[in-house]
Design a protein around this ligand. Structure first.
Ligand SMILES: Cc1cc2nc3c(=O)[nH]c(=O)nc-3n(C[C@H](O)[C@H](O)[C@H](O)COP(=O)(O)OP(=O)(O)OC[C@H]3O[C@@H](n4cnc5c(N)ncnc54)[C@H](O)[C@@H]3O)c2cc1C
Length: 435
């Protein structure tokens, strides 16, 4: 029987192992951390589980919702109204149709420009051609400068910081496109879902199902080498505690960032040259438990430069009763590892965030009950112009080696897309095994 190894126990690794297990293919999942979950991991705070990054989903997220239903989590889904505001020097822009129309921060021509961009995106049949433009080129070419500078540039900067001018129009489309057929992009009535008790539940359930169907999930086990002979994978070497082990592998599915894959496998030069071009943004995300609310939206972004990229107050989406009556606020940055913030210690980042919050929302400091910090060197691939040219296929040029996960979750890196990719990957692996 073929031995299938999955590297990484984030949502990609666990869902691909689960889909394969359902087809009778047992896998061994290796996760280097003590717990599975990757970027979707949670914090434990006073006995409750809180996602370490804000994680929500939408009514049209079919792959994720199907999986949640299959694992009997329907009752744990809570829906709320998602709203979004941009704070500018001249006032606030709230992304709801009525508020955009009445906004004093936008001129008539800006409002017309916004409507134009919205209609363009709404009527788009295929986003792929947008990969050839930066978000700046495309928005400016399709509206007016004011719209880009006053509205979209701050949103893009909040995400990509210093690399915002490189982000592709396809990524921008994925970010802004209507997620629900019943609302337009500036609508305040978009519904977003949250999994009560955090996504830890989903990760536990996937682990349980994989194991019940005969697979294995090994945590604290870091793959340090994928051996390739005659252009075919043969085995993987891993570190578990102080020991080094090696097992035979006929097929390997890597879900780790491609930069990490390059460290553990000797791959063909052309392939290496291509994937080496993929850059990742690191992420720093603090979670605060508060006695009172700080902002009045789910998501708040600032047009002026702030130390943090944005704020998400989860308890403005769903009731605080789901967090033992604590208000939950996320403060985050996507950044490069040479930036000052990345080099700070966790406590220093928290201190800086608290100081900045206090300046913006005086009195917020006294509301803080607890804080936690999550950081990851590989927060998200930088989806820049021409990303499709460097994005690897799921099936690599090395026989038996597959790559899946965030690297192909273009134009949006989210659970839904990633689960869809995991399902596609399981089809390809199944075909390879059975043909
Ligand atoms: C702040 C923030 C907010 C977000 N909000 C949302 C949201 O609202 N909705 C949404 O759907 N998505 C959201 N996302 C995106 C989502 O979290 C990611 O797209 C998803 O978790 C990526 O999953 P993955 O399995 O592909 O990668 P990862 O989660 O990075 O998993 C890779 C795993 O591989 C492991 N690993 C690495 N190297 C090795 C090795 N050598 N051996 C063994 N294991 C290894 C890692 O420890 C990790 O667990 C958010 C992300 C962030 C950072």
């Amino acid at each position: 029987m073929n031995r299938v190894v999955v590297i990484g126990g984030g949502i990609s690794g666990l869902s691909v192992a689960y889909f394969l297990a359902k087809r009778g293919i047992k896998t061994v999942v290796f996760e280097s951390e003590k717990e599975t979950g990757g970027l979707g991991r949670c914090h434990r705070v006073n006995g409750m589980s809180v996602d370490s990054g804000y994680h929500v989903f939408f009514k049209k997220d079919k792959h994720l919702l199907d999986l949640l239903n299959e694992l009997k989590f329907e009752k744990d889904i809570v829906w709320g109204n998602l709203d979004f505001q941009l704070i500018t020097e001249r006032g606030n822009v709230s992304f709801s149709p009525l508020k955009v129309i009445s906004s004093r921060s936008l001129s008539f021509s800006d409002k017309r420009g916004l409507a134009k961009i919205y209609l363009k995106m709404k009527n788009l049949k295929d986003w792929k051609f947008l990969d050839k433009f930066t978000a700046r080129e495309w928005v400016k070419g399709n509206s007016n400068n004011g719209v880009y500078e006053k509205v979209f540039e701050p949103i893009i900067k909040a995400k990509w910081g210093k690399d915002s001018d490189r982000s592709s129009a396809a990524w921008f489309y994925g970010r802004i496109k209507p997620r629900s057929g019943s609302r337009n992009i500036f609508g305040g009535k978009e519904r977003a879902g949250y999994l009560k008790g955090s996504f830890r539940k989903l990760f536990f359930a996937l682990e349980r199902e994989i194991t019940n169907m005969g697979g294995e999930v090994i945590t604290s086990a870091k793959i340090i080498k994928i051996s390739v002979k005659n252009n075919r994978v043969t085995s993987v070497k891993y570190r578990l505690g102080n020991g080094l082990m090696e097992i035979k592998a006929d097929l390997v599915i890597s879900t780790v960032p491609v930069q990490e894959l390059l460290k553990i496998a000797k791959l063909p030069d052309d392939f290496v040259k291509r994937i080496k071009k993929i850059r990742y943004k690191a992420v720093v995300c603090a979670t605060f438990g508060l006695k009172g609310s700080v902002t009045d939206s789910f998501r708040t972004i600032f047009s002026e430069k702030r130390f943090f990229g944005g704020l998400v107050e989860m308890t403005n989406l769903i009731d605080k009763k789901h967090f033992r009556n604590n208000h939950v606020l996320y403060v985050f940055n996507f950044l490069n590892t040479h930036e000052r913030l990345w080099k700070l210690k966790n406590e220093e980042i928290i201190e800086t965030y608290v100081d900045d919050l206090e300046k913006l929302y005086p009195g917020s400091k006294k509301h803080i009950l607890w804080s936690r910090l999550y950081r990851n060197r590989y927060g998200e691939p930088l989806y820049e112009k021409d990303y499709l040219r460097i994005m690897p296929d799921i099936k690599t040029p090395v026989k038996g080696l597959f790559v899946t996960g965030m690297v192909q979750s273009y134009p949006t890196s989210d659970f839904n897309n990633i689960i869809g990719l995991a399902s596609k990957t399981s089809d390809l692996v199944y075909k390879e095994i059975t043909c």
